[in-house]
Design a binder for this molecule. Structure first.
Ligand code: 4NP
Length: 150
């Protein structure tokens, strides 16, 4: 299974989602390929936000080596599942899909925990205390992703 996690900047939420899912795959001996990307281009090549690095480290996950990149058209062919962190990322990703096969790969990540509620992982960039909550939401979602797709 090839899974892509997508947010706006690829420095706060999707690097955490990538790190958490990779960590769980390793623990469960799942041979999945996991990556992340942003819909925007402001932070290309940057390491994750220090607050994301910190909350991941608290749970024994090192995401410090990740570097931000933006989504590319080949991602739609390469990946089996593309998870958007919020409804805005979801809409953007859908609008760039070339056909129904590509479009069907795109999911809202919290639908895995709260189906059909259109819930978004809140963007923690402009807050200081949102990172723990984001971690917990993504941790739950990654458990469900493995349950459903492994
Ligand atoms: P992310 O958070 O989408 O979770 O990586 C953001 C990071 C940067 C910006 C917005 C959201 N920004 O506007 O620069």
């Amino acid at each position: 299974m090839k899974v892509l996690m997508v947010c706006l900047g690829n420095i706060c939420r999707s690097p955490l989602a990538e790190g958490i899912l990779k960590h769980k795959c390793k623990q469960q001996n799942l041979d999945w390929y996991v990556d992340s990307a942003g819909t925007g281009k402001w932070h290309l090549g940057s390491a994750p936000d220090v607050r994301s690095i910190k909350v991941a480290a608290k749970y024994g996950i090192d995401i410090s080596e990740q570097r931000a990149r933006s989504i590319r058209s080949t991602d739609y062919e390469e990946f089996d599942l593309i998870f958007a962190m919020d409804t805005s990322n979801f809409k953007d990703l859908k609008s760039w899909a070339l056909d129904a096969t590509e479009e069907m790969k795109i999911k809202l990540i919290l639908d895995e925990v709260y189906p059909d509620e259109l819930m978004s992982v809140p963007d923690p960039y402009f807050s200081d205390d949102g990172f723990e909550e984001v971690f917990q939401m993504l941790d739950k979602a990654c458990d469900e992703i493995i349950k459903k797709y492994a």
